[in-house]
Design a protein around this ligand. Structure first.
Ligand code: PLP
Ligand code: COI
Length: 337
């Protein structure tokens, strides 16, 4: 194991020693095995590198204050991966196989889980068409890999907050496209818009709907939320937005623990400028305050330009449940032994 500087973790690859690999051939998945983290051989004609037939998931393992290993709603990741498999014509994985594989690998890599409070072990399952094909067809062979890396905050500034730009000249995913699943191509499409906003020193893009450029969709790697007068709103899922597991958890917690009124609805981008608080959610992003939202060169400061009080309380509650430090009546905390 390479020495890891637990005090300076960012969101960078620092691979844990072991990875899991399974293959689908002749109509069935094999049992898979844990091997050393390494490169993988792949045909130049593999469907994934020609036609983008691939999916990924993002999960985390947490070290609790009393030293236990925990995950958060991992079965929901298995379900979302399988939804994506249907959309991309790939063979599904049994949920139990997915979970057992993640757990077995986690135990092997457990010394890579950062101490409580220093970061998390990011878990990246990937599933892709590794069989050869020349025409545009689903592959006949698939590979499922899980690798892991200790990480710190996705956005360098962490809970201090981020500055985002709404773009109406680039879209992430159209209606009826693949935005509702974690298809690898969605992220390829977001690289250039991300570069453009970063050149202007914004942290990320806020995408609008591809049909009318009126409604907020999501941030390139996280879901979007706004608060106004005790109502917590997030864009309605309609196939172009990723159904985030953190998104669902925040909607539930906001209603059940904080008596906020949750709304999944179309949010016009102009509404955001006068919101009380704005934030985004995701496994990597956790719950990150959005301090300013710019549009066509005009910067709008949200509230007093500091992380909001409700945002803070929601963050503490979510982290508390993930770390087993606050009551969980939802069955989300998942201990790995
Ligand atoms: N939206 C996009 C585009 C994402 O990549 C992610 C991350 O997985 C999310 C939203 C948040 O999803 P989750 O909360 O399940 O991590
Ligand atoms: C996650 O939050 O796990 C994601 O997949 C976002 C990512 C693109 C880093």
């Amino acid at each position: 194991m390479n020495k890891i500087d637990w005090d300076n973790l960012g969101f960078e690859i620092n691979p844990a020693d072991k990875m899991f690999i399974a293959h689908y051939r002749e109509g069935r998945w094999d049992d898979g095995k844990i091997v050393d983290y390494s490169t993988i051989p792949i045909y130049p004609s593999a469907v994934v590198i020609n036609y983008g037939q691939g999916l990924f998931e993002g999960m985390k393992a947490y070290r609790t204050e009393d030293g236990r290993i925990a995950m958060f709603r991992p079965r929901d990741n298995a379900k979302r991966l399988n939804n994506g498999c249907r959309r991309l014509c790939m063979p599904e994985l049994a949920e139990d196989f997915f979970l057992e594989s993640v757990k077995a690998l986690l135990i092997e890599n457990k010394e890579f889980i950062p101490p409580c409070g220093k970061g998390d072990l990011y878990i990246r399952p990937i599933l892709f068409g590794s069989g050869q094909m020349l025409g545009v067809n689903p592959a006949d062979e698939y590979t499922f890999i899980i690798f892991m890396s200790p990480v710190g905050p996705y956005f360098k500034s962490g809970f201090s907050g981020i500055n985002l730009e709404i773009r109406d000249d680039y879209h992430r995913a159209p209606q009826f496209g693949t935005g509702g699943v974690k298809a690898i191509g969605n992220y390829a499409a977001s690289l250039y818009p991300r570069r453009v906003v970063k050149e202007n020193e914004y942290d990320e893009v806020i995408y609008l709907d591809a049909k009318t450029c009126t409604y907020i969709e999501e941030v390139g790697s996280a879901n979007f939320f706004m608060l106004k007068n005790g109502v917590i709103s997030t864009p309605m899922l309609g196939g172009s937005i990723l159904p985030g597991i953190t998104r669902d958890s925040v909607l539930t917690v906001a209603q059940k623990r904080f008596d906020l009124i949750p709304q999944e609805r179309d949010i016009r981008y102009v509404e955001v400028f006068s919101a009380d608080e704005v934030f985004c959610t995701g496994t990597a992003a956790v719950l990150t305050p959005i301090l300013t939202v710019s549009y066509r060169g005009k910067r709008h400061t949200i509230g007093d330009g500091k992380p909001g009080g409700v945002t803070r309380r929601l963050y503490d509650e979510l982290k508390g449940i993930q770390l087993g430090a606050r009551p969980d009546d939802f069955g989300w905390f998942y201990e790995v032994k």
